[in-house]
Design a protein around this ligand. Structure first.
Ligand SMILES: [Zn+2]
Ligand SMILES: [Zn+2]
Ligand SMILES: [Zn+2]
Length: 463
């Protein structure tokens, strides 16, 4: 290997084998001075290590130059991770193994190019995979078959703040969207996921690849980052353009409230108000460093409160309850933060009962940390044309006193078809309910307490 490294004159009398022997014995702990004199190395040697030529690897060759690779001799006791890696005699390529500290890539230009190529190929493969899975959308869903909530969600999705010329729908987390779809992320995901499952939304294959799980054939793992294409037919079998769909949706939803929307409208009003109230409790609990986990009882309590109180009233109860919980924790009488925060729903219920009995109401303002969602805005401004009612009016009272008389007067009729079925609410025994069924389940929704119940058929086994 002398063609690559000139040997120091002091050791020119030694063979390659002798050089290796000296190094071996040095590593094994023999004194340099003893080795210097034994092998007749002349002069005043300060560092035996400096004199020895670099190690040339017996096995490695540079993949780019096909030339040998060398390494500076390390001092005895140098741990493997601190040794210099083998380097090409000609180019900058290093042979990096996993034990070379934290650096896992060779920094040479050739390796960089290889890595870039691999990244590009990988991206290409993933894009093809995405196209394979999503490029052929299912047949478009007829506009007339969309439910009220589906239509409202679609309208909210299309209202994405982007340039009108686009065909696709901006992802939920796009910066051009100035409001969340619904008050809760989980609810928003549920809504979009169901539209996708029913073929109303197709995945735009130009979506950000990071929205998909690339290890599982590109299934969606982040519904908020997917770009969508609406897949709705205004004329049979033909997927309509985005702006046509927007116009059709807006036209229908801003016209008269339709009787068939009744149960969906009622359920959505309550769900939105409940989600918003829950979000606010989370925000307040966070402020006093509580992690609010009494989600289940809070949902029940809020559902109950919404029959008589508005979200604005509930905000007031929540503020009081969180303040009391924080005080309870601060006095040291609670068994910890969780225990203290678990008292919030009960406390809200207690205050609300007092408010009912003594007939007082206190309101609170909207909080910018729980911004109004697109669905709330469209539902109250466009469909019901009563801006602010979603926050300021109790959904229960609003429904009974204003919406039913105005939009569903027939529902007061005791001879309605549902009356003959003798169905009643599982929670409150009211027969003022709506029922829908498919082959396996019956779902009832109560107009007096907003309870949704699901009943499952027991299947007959065919032998
Ligand atoms: Zn090289
Ligand atoms: Zn390299
Ligand atoms: Zn009920």
């Amino acid at each position: 290997m002398s063609q690559y490294f000139t040997r120091a004159p002091e050791i020119s009398h030694l063979s390659d084998e002798q050089v290796e022997e000296i190094y071996e014995r040095y590593l094994n702990g023999e004194k340099s001075a003893a080795l210097v004199s034994e092998f007749n190395i002349p002069g005043n040697v300060h560092s035996l290590l400096r004199l020895l030529p670099p190690i040339i690897s017996k096995d490695l060759t540079c993949p780019y130059c096909e030339l040998p690779m060398w390494m500076r001799r390390y001092a005895k006791g140098t741990s493997a991770s601190l040794r210099h890696p083998f380097k090409c005699v000609s180019c900058e390529h290093l042979h990096i193994t996993s034990n070379h500290g934290r650096q896992r890539h060779c920094p040479c230009t050739e390796c960089y190019k290889v890595r870039q190529r691999e990244i590009a190929e990988q991206a290409n493969r993933e894009r093809l995979e995405l196209e394979k899975r999503y490029a052929t959308p299912s047949p478009p869903v007829p506009f007339a078959s969309l439910s009220f909530v589906q239509k409202l969600v679609l309208l909210a999705l299309l209202d994405d703040g982007s340039a009108a010329s686009k065909d696709s729908i901006e992802p939920l987390d796009a910066p051009s969207r100035t409001e969340p779809l619904s008050p809760g992320d989980r609810f928003s995901k549920e809504l979009v996921e169901s539209l996708h499952e029913q073929g109303v939304l197709s995945v735009d294959v130009q979506s950000d690849i990071r929205a998909f799980d690339r290890t599982s054939g590109c299934l969606i793992n982040n519904y908020f980052a997917v770009r969508w294409i609406p897949n709705v037919a205004l004329e049979p079998g033909v997927c309509c353009a985005r702006d046509e769909l927007f116009t059709a949706l807006y036209h229908e939803l801003s016209a008269n409230v339709q009787p068939v929307w009744k149960s969906e409208l009622y359920a959505l009003m309550f769900r939105l108000a409940r989600e918003e109230s829950l979000q606010y409790i989370h925000v307040l609990a966070n402020e006093v460093s509580f992690v609010f986990s009494a989600q289940g009882s809070a949902k029940t309590v809020i559902g109950q409160l919404l029959q008589n109180f508005s979200v604005s009233h509930i905000y007031y109860f929540a503020r009081l309850a969180v303040r009391n919980a924080a005080h309870f924790y601060a006095t040291g009488n609670s068994k910890g933060r969780t225990h203290a925060s678990n008292t919030i729903p009960r406390n809200m219920l207690r205050t609300s009962q007092d408010a009912l009995v003594r007939n007082w109401r206190k309101t609170a303002y909207r909080d910018s940390r729980v911004p109004q969602s697109a669905l709330q805005r469209l539902l109250y401004d466009v469909v019901l044309k009563d801006c602010g009612a979603g926050f300021a009016k109790s959904p229960g009272l609003y429904w009974r006193d204003e919406l039913v008389p105005k939009f569903f007067p027939g529902a007061m009729d005791r001879d309605s078809p549902q009356g003959h079925l003798q169905l009643f609410c599982r929670e409150c025994d009211s027969s003022n309910i709506d029922a829908s069924m498919d082959k396996l389940t019956v779902i009832t929704m109560c107009y007096d307490c907003a309870t949704l119940s699901k009943f499952q058929a027991i299947e007959d086994f065919v032998d």
